[in-house]
Structures are given as structure tokens and as C-alpha cells.
Design a protein. Sequence first.
Length: 88
Amino acid sequence: MKSTCGTYTCVATAYQGRDYVQDITVTTRDGLPGTLRAFAGDYRGSKANASRWRFVVNREIRAYPRLAVCGGLDRGGRVIENHCVMIP
């Protein structure tokens, strides 16, 4: 498990090794809802009107030398923040 926070969002991921992503959890720091997004490699997921969401990935995603597992927040049709966790 690894997590980090940006200005508006926190992103946490559970992973095995350096290629297998189990899930991505995106949380707003202010507790207000928005459209939450998760992305890593070719995986893309989104959930509207939530302040916290767990995206179940359960797949191998290859990226070298490191994999960026990211979450994003949109509000009012605008991108507020994209924030990433780097898996070594």
C-alpha cells in the first residue's frame, strides 16, 4: 500500500510487486464531492459525485522504470487536480 496527497486529492493504491495494481482509492481532501478519476497505464475509471471512491483494477500494468498510479478530481467540468503515486 502506498499513498500520497496533493492540494485537493489523496491517492492510495494497493499493489503487488511493481506491475500488479489491485486498487486505486481517490479521496477529496475537503470532503466535497466531484467527479473522481483513476488511471494507470491503459486503465481508466471514473465515478461522478463522490468524495471518496475505490476503483478495483486487479490487473498487471507494465511500465518501466516506474509505474504512475494516478487519481484526478473534476468539478464543474474543469480539471481541478491530477495526482500520482509512483510505484518503484
